[in-house]
Design a binder for this molecule. Structure first.
Ligand code: FAD
Length: 645
């Protein structure tokens, strides 16, 4: 039998981005012996890349802001498909989480009178994003890590061991969750460097593994975004919701090819940048949807006045929610009015003085200088849509972040519901802190509630997990020609980009599903060379299984939803349909009895319709009835105060 390193914890947090670190801090602070496991270097999570800021209605720049306004903006951005309880908790708790970060040592940019500064962002009615230049994610991770170290130092003083209560396992990938009689019993993984296996025995696991963007060819996402947490949850028996909603950020780099997809932060537009087509026209005025007409300026003069006088002017249409801007860019390029490399122009050079651009957007300045030889203080950037964020994820209880599997929790990008069909910029960093903390709390309360009645991993399941992980070395014998993981990854990315991308059609998605089915079979025949010591081909072979499974969820749900809403645009069903607003799509895995390992016993994804819970009347009352009628059915609005008289 393969040698396996064993550890026992109360709570195992998988992922060391904002959500994972905040969950670990909470679980440890509540007395849980906690592990943080991350496949990247500790400190190198995707959260580090967040640029624009963290949304919280602190009202520092405009006192009219408050949680109710933030809640309304979030629901509007998600086209009312959001889990309203999550949106409520998020809007109410985000300011406290930002202030708490400063108690951990974060230092946000300031207003002239010394308060935390807040910037404008798409879909947010008031300046709301607390920021540190355009490197906010770095500051967030830096301070959360500092807090982890502070907790470890406290443990050292008390127990003489830094890792007595909180231990970090960096560059360690989890490949399987262990479930015993329907409850979480632990997690199985390997050290990336040595390839040696580890078993975490734990009654509670928090998934905080981020997104799925690496299944797309053009993406802003980093290498670790292979949908691992989504797939782990599915295999453990949990459901994923909203998987059809994938956000394409409107502004990724389009040139040179080696950096295609890298993000150009929305702060460029928040700070005054405008989008132009090849004819020099500010085309976003042509794409303001009916539902947003009251809030967005229809001419350049008013739009430009808004930056100095937001109370008496409507917002520039460049700050519409991301899905609207991405579709507009797509349409301009399709109409032949694109830039030389297939995007459009984003111009900040003619809008702000050069030093101001360098002060406010230092990373963007360097990114374009270094990667594209473009000086953004003098010339416009070329930009186009890039796969950025997945709104779909593990279905969780809003208050505790618990999934349907006892002991399994999820927070951050891997969790679904909060953002509905489309996330507003800045709402992810706040989501990580609000629900990371709640997941840590939820996991701690769960562990307390079960007392000594802890499930233990079954040895045969542990052996199966090891066997499954070793399969790419050919120990199981392939049932077809050997496949190369890099070739399959490229094929997968092409399929998702071309057939389940920003604009979708049923015939293309059906084609995608056939190809995914084929890829799913071929992934089982992936063979890698060499041995387990640092072997990137093997790592990719294991990630690919997750990528294909999660891509199938996206494609199946997208085919099922016959309307366009947020991050799901159907060429064949271009309208939003109120009948669909109260339908969620949930993906589950079918289980069969035969098969060697847990993974072998999975038959395929099925998509189920779930009714969306009705919004609480006091929250419904925060909206004008006229606005809600664009989204809701008449019977759903019976509880609105204007209807009740
Ligand atoms: P992550 O920060 O990605 O962390 C995931 C962790 O899970 C990593 O530690 C990873 O190693 C680990 N992991 C994954 N799989 C496994 C496995 N199998 N085993 C072990 N560990 C695993 N949002 C905003 O709100 N504001 C912004 O300004 C903003 N800017 C952005 C800019 C860019 C360029 C990008 C790409 C995104 C931006 N976002 C922004 C989105 C936001 O950064 C992410 O949604 C968020 O950081 C996700 O955090 P997380 O904690 O869920 O996951």
């Amino acid at each position: 039998m393969t040698e396996i390193e064993r550890h026992a914890f109360d709570v195992v947090v998988i992922g060391a981005g904002g959500a994972g670190l905040r969950a670990a801090i909470e679980a440890r602070s509540r007395g849980m012996r906690t592990a943080v496991v991350c496949k990247s270097l500790f400190g190198k999570a995707h959260t580090v890349m967040a640029e624009g800021g963290i949304a919280a209605a602190m009202g520092n720049v405009n006192p009219n802001d408050g949680w109710q306004v933030h809640f309304r903006d979030t629901m509007r951005g998600g086209k009312f498909l959001n889990n309203w309880r999550m949106a409520e908790l998020h809007a109410k708790e985000a300011p406290e989480r930002v202030w708490e970060l400063e108690t951990y040592g974060a230092l946000f940019d300031r207003t002239k009178d010394g308060r935390i500064s807040q910037r404008n962002f798409g879909g947010h009615e008031y300046p709301r994003l607390a920021h540190v230049g355009d490197r906010t994610g770095l500051e967030l991770i830096r301070t959360l890590q500092q807090q982890i170290v502070a907790l470890q130092q406290r443990d050292f003083q008390e127990f003489g061991d830094y890792e007595a209560g909180l231990r970090v396992f960096g560059e360690c990938t989890v490949t399987d969750l262990l479930v015993e009689s329907g409850r979480v019993a632990g997690a199985f993984g390997y050290w990336r460097e040595s390839g040696r296996f580890l078993l975490f025995e734990a009654p509670s696991v928090v998934l905080a593994t981020g997104g799925i963007g690496k299944s797309y060819k053009v993406t802003s996402n980093s290498w670790e975004y292979t949908g691992d947490g989504h797939a782990l949850a599915l295999r453990a028996g949990a459901a994923l919701i909203n998987m059809e909603f994938v956000q394409f950020h409107p502004t990724g780099m389009v040139w040179p090819p080696s950096v295609k997809g890298i993000l150009v932060t929305e702060s460029v537009r928040g700070d005054g940048g405008v989008l132009r087509n090849s004819e020099g026209r500010r085309f976003m005025f042509d794409y303001i949807p009916e539902v947003f007409k009251e809030k967005y300026a229809d001419n350049e003069t008013e739009a430009d006045r808004w930056y100095d006088d937001p109370d008496h002017n409507r917002r520039p249409p460049e700050l519409l929610p991301r899905d609207e801007v991405a579709r507009a860019i797509n349409a301009e390029v399709k109409a032949g009015r694109g830039s030389p490399h297939g995007g459009v122009f984003l111009d900040i050079a003619s809008r702000l003085p050069g030093e101001e651009i360098q002060r406010r957007l230092p990373s963007m300045y360097h990114q374009f200088r270094e990667l594209a030889d473009v000086d953004i203080t003098r010339e416009p950037m070329e930009v186009g849509p890039t796969c950025h964020y997945v709104m779909g994820g593990v279905e969780v209880d809003p208050d505790s972040a618990a999934s349907g599997v006892p002991g399994l929790f999820a927070a951050g990008e891997v969790a679904g519901g909060m953002h509905g069909s489309n996330r507003l910029g800045g709402n992810s960093l706040s989501d990580l802190l609000v629900f990371g903390r709640r997941a840590g709390m939820g996991a701690a309360s769960y562990v307390e509630s079960i007392g000594q009645d802890r499930p233990t991993p079954v040895e045969s399941e542990v052996d199966n997990a090891a066997r499954w992980a070793l399969a790419p070395f050919g120990e199981r014998g392939p049932d077809g020609p050997p496949e190369n993981p890099y070739t399959l990854q490229m094929e997968l990315q092409q399929v998702m980009n071309d057939l389940v991308g920003i604009i979708r059609r049923s015939d293309e998605m059906e084609q995608a599903l056939k190809k995914l089915d084929d890829l799913g079979r071929r992934v089982r025949n992936v063979m890698v060379e060499g041995h387990r010591q640092y072997n990137p081909g093997w790592h990719l072979a294991l990630d690919l299984r997750n990528m294909v499974l999660v891509s199938e969820c996206v494609a199946r749900s997208a085919l099922e939803r016959t309307e366009s809403r947020g991050g799901h645009t159907r060429d064949d069903f271009p309208q939003m349909d109120p009948e669909w607003r109260h339908q969620l799509l949930a993906c589950e895995l079918e289980h069969s009895e035969s098969g060697e390992s847990r993974a072998d016993r999975m038959d395929g994804v099925r998509v189920l319709r779930r009714p969306q819970p009705a919004m609480r009347p006091d929250l419904l009352a925060l909206f004008e009835l006229a606005e809600l009628t664009k989204f809701y059915l008449a019977e759903e609005l019976a509880e609105h105060p204007s209807e009740k008289g």
